[in-house]
Design a protein around this ligand. Structure first.
Ligand SMILES: Cc1cc2nc3c(=O)[nH]c(=O)nc-3n(C[C@H](O)[C@H](O)[C@H](O)COP(=O)(O)OP(=O)(O)OC[C@H]3O[C@@H](n4cnc5c(N)ncnc54)[C@H](O)[C@@H]3O)c2cc1C
Length: 492
């Protein structure tokens, strides 16, 4: 029996979606013994933990339909309880709209800074007004930038060919921000920047924010108006609505969403199949056990630098150099199962200050089914990279996380620990530095000319969430079918 003409490498959300859309035309191969990629979950001592925290947030009608197909009734939707811990106070996320409870001088600095970001330096507004012929203040507006960033994010959601943010056009009269630090100051003002956005992003990325392109914020720009900011500073306002709800499988963790594909796949799937070599000359891949598979068109969802490494000398120097210049952040997750029920009602919390973790995902509230009787699970996320090495690891990282959980009031002194272990995501967040878009373009163009379609968060080196990965898988399936059709044409 001949193998299908399309080979998909990697059974995460992108590969599963591509396989679903390609039906019997594709063989799906996966290195691990289960499907799911970053959305895998583990059962440990009665707890269920996502390997890396995963919730469903899409409002895209197609993705909502997929959720339905994959999970049926096994889903629950909740209003998100997202929080920030700063100055020894928990405030709601987004921080910009929820300053209530912070020290008054911090609230004042954030509000005045937000006014300045919108209307310019209000202290000298009158002088500038006098300086203009019309007598009106020249007010730089960032509204256009915000809408462009939102559009760029929306284009990501279409599973577009490269999945990267569209280049942002210059708005006449407004000096465009050159990097993440500048855009943070311009969008939210110096108070919000100093007290939350800058320290949090520095902690997460581990590099100076001047090195990161502003396009990293595409589609992720909470920009409350001043009236909402004032309201959020004066009282604990809880904004609910479609975008503040999230879904999660009732049973089985985020793995359940991934397993939902399995009954719908019509092509073959091969697990424990680690691709170690790709030959574009022979159109073959070689697996760790020495076996091989041929392809007409290859869809790769594995991290781009890993794919280029597996091509070895088949890839020209230009492509290898471009791949060597791609940078990313890795993640250690510390999963903790405590012997106390319902330690908090929050779902996830951002920590911009001195805790070892930058975020806690409250697994036990994503679904109560993730906890054993009397227990409660959380996951502490700790980013690292070659430029931000881990200061602690293994047992000492776990001890540090537990200690920090006590310091920030998540647990009390005597709470027993029933489960504690770490998992590693060598590739977690891709870094959009200023050269990244050009480097990805060089690699993508060469791959396309050699019948390789790049797809997904790490395949396209982008910021897809799992819903965008579903769409990227569908788009990759369309492109692979188009490539196949052009080959049939060439043969004829
Ligand atoms: C910390 C964190 C939190 C996140 N939270 C959310 C969230 O809440 N909601 C959300 O929607 N998204 C979230 N995401 C994003 C989501 O994880 C990704 O969008 C999604 O996993 C991308 O899917 P993918 O299939 O492109 O890649 P992956 O999930 O990485 O899948 C790639 C697959 O390729 C396999 N593979 C790798 N190398 C080989 C090889 N040599 N041979 C064969 N197979 C191989 C891997 O084992 C893996 O199964 C989060 C990501 C991170 C890092």
């Amino acid at each position: 029996m001949s193998s299908p003409p399309i080979l998909i490498v990697g059974a995460g959300p992108t590969g599963l979606s591509a396989a679903y859309h390609l039906g019997a035309d594709a063989l799906l191969v996966e290195r691990e013994r289960t499907v799911g990629g970053q959305c895998r979950s583990m059962a440990v001592k009665g707890f269920i933990f996502d390997q890396a925290p995963h919730v469903m947030t899409s409002n895209d009608p197609y993705v909502l339909g997929l959720y339905d197909l994959l999970l049926g009734d096994n889903v629950q939707w909740q209003d998100r309880e997202a929080w920030v811990y700063s100055k020894s106070v928990y405030t709601r996320y987004p921080f910009q709209a929820s300053l209530y409870g912070l020290p008054p001088e911090v609230v004042k600095e954030c509000l005045l800074g937000a006014i300045e970001a919108r209307y310019g330096d209000w202290r000298s507004a009158q002088e500038r007004a006098r300086a203009t012929s019309s007598g009106e203040a020249v007010v730089p507006s960032l509204t256009d930038w915000v809408s462009k960033l939102a559009q760029a994010g929306a284009s990501n959601g279409n599973g577009s060919a490269n999945g990267n943010a569209a280049p942002l056009a210059k708005t006449p009269g407004v000096e465009p921000p050159h990097n993440l630090e500048e855009i943070i100051y311009q969008l939210w003002g110096p108070g919000i920047a100093r007290h939350f956005s800058i320290p949090y992003n520095r902690k997460l990325w581990g590099i100076p924010l001047e090195e990161i392109d502003p396009s990293i914020l595409a589609g992720r720009v909470p920009q409350p108006d001043l009236s909402d900011m004032l309201e959020g500073a004066l009282s604990d306002t809880h904004q609910s609505g479609p975008s503040s709800r999230f879904g999660y499988p009732q049973h089985g963790g985020s793995q359940a969403l991934m397993n939902g594909f399995l009954p719908h796949l019509r092509g073959p799937i091969r697990l424990n199949a680690d691709v170690t070599r790709v030959s574009v000359r022979d159109h073959t891949v070689t697996f760790a056990d020495g076996s091989t598979a041929t392809y007409d068109t290859l869809i790769s969802t594995i991290p781009l630098p890993e794919l280029v490494r597996r091509l070895s000398d088949d890839a020209p120097l230009e492509v290898r150099n471009a791949a060597a210049g791609l940078h990313h952040v890795s993640l250690r997750c510390v999963h903790l199962g405590f012997g106390r029920p319902k330690l908090t009602y929050k779902h996830w919390i951002y920590y911009p200050e001195d805790t070892v973790f930058h975020r806690i995902f409250v697994q036990g509230n994503a679904s109560a089914d993730c906890n054993p009787p009397g227990g409660f699970g959380i996951t502490c996320e700790v980013s690292y990279s070659d430029r931000k090495p881990l200061m602690f690891d293994g047992a000492s990282l776990i001890a540090r996380c537990i200690n920090d959980c006590r310091r920030v009031g998540i647990i009390g002194d005597l709470v027993p620990v029933w489960a504690a272990f770490t998992t590693d995501q060598p590739y977690a967040y891709v870094i959009h530095d200023h050269e990244h878009a050009e480097r990805v373009r060089v690699i993508r163009d060469w791959m396309a000319a050699h019948d390789i379609v790049l797809a997904g968060r790490y395949g396209e080196w982008s910021h897809h969430d799992a819903a965008q990965a579903f769409l990227a898988g569908r788009a990759a399936a369309d492109r692979a079918h188009a490539t196949l059709a052009s080959h049939d044409y060439r043969v004829a």
